[in-house]
Design a protein around this ligand. Structure first.
Ligand code: HEC
Length: 151
C-alpha cells in the first residue's frame, strides 16, 4: 500500500503535458532513442575513465550493470519505424540484422557485467568488445552528421 502511495505521489510530480500525451510523436521517439544512446555513451565514458585509472574503479561492477541494463532497453527504443535523427533508413529495411546486432551488443554488455563481478581485469577485456559493438553498429546504421552539434 505504501508503495502504491509512493508511486502515486511520484506520478503527481510528472509534468501534466506528459500525462496528457496519448501517443508519442516522431520527435519524441527520436529524442527517446537518442537519450538511450547518450546514456550508453556516458556510461562507457565513465567505465573508460576507470579502465585508464583516472578515477577509482570500485564502482566498476555497478557501472557495468547500468550499461548492460541500458543496452537491454535499446532495441525497444528503435522498434517504432521513425526515420530521422542520425539513424539510417537501413535500421528498418535491415531490421533482422540491426536487431541481431543490438541483441548481441546487449549480451556482450551482460557478459561484461558478470565479468566485472569477478575481477576488474576481466571487465576491462570486455570493454574492448563493447566498444567494438558500438562501432560495428554505427558504421552501418548511423549517419555521420545530422546537421546539429551532437557528438
Ligand atoms: C545495434 C546498433 C547500435 C549499437 C550497438 C550502439 N548504437 Fe549508438 N546509435 C545507433 C543509431 C542507429 C544511432 C542514431 C540514432 C538517432 O539519431 O536516431 C545511434 C546514436 C548514438 C549517439 C548519438 C545520440 C544523439 O544524441 O544523437 C551516441 C552518442 C551513441 N549512439 C553512442 C553509442 C555507444 C557509446 C554505444 C556502445 C556503448 C552505442 N551507441 C551502441 C546504433 C547503435
Amino acid at each position: 500500500m505504501r508503495r502504491l502511495l509512493l508511486l502515486l505521489c511520484s506520478c503527481a510530480l510528472l509534468p501534466l503535458s506528459l500525462l496528457a500525451a496519448d501517443a508519442p510523436n516522431d520527435k519524441d521517439v527520436i529524442q527517446y532513442r537518442e537519450d538511450v544512446m547518450k546514456t550508453l555513451d556516458e556510461q562507457s565514458a565513465a567505465l573508460g575513465q576507470m579502465a585508464s585509472g583516472v578515477v577509482p574503479s570500485d564502482t566498476m561492477a555497478a557501472d557495468m550493470q547500468i550499461l548492460a541494463l541500458t543496452a537491454s532497453t535499446a532495441l525497444k527504443a528503435f522498434t517504432p519505424k521513425v526515420a530521422g535523427g542520425q539513424a539510417k533508413p537501413d535500421v528498418w529495411s535491415n531490421w533482422a540484422d540491426f536487431s541481431k546486432k543490438m541483441t548481441d551488443f546487449a549480451q556482450t554488455t551482460a557478459q561484461g557485467a558478470k565479468a566485472a563481478q569477478q575481477s576488474s581485469d576481466a571487465a576491462m577485456t570486455s570493454l574492448v568488445d563493447i566498444a567494438n559493438g558500438c562501432k560495428g553498429c554505427h558504421d552501418m546504421y548511423r549517419e555521420e552528421k545530422k546537421g546539429q552539434a551532437s557528438q
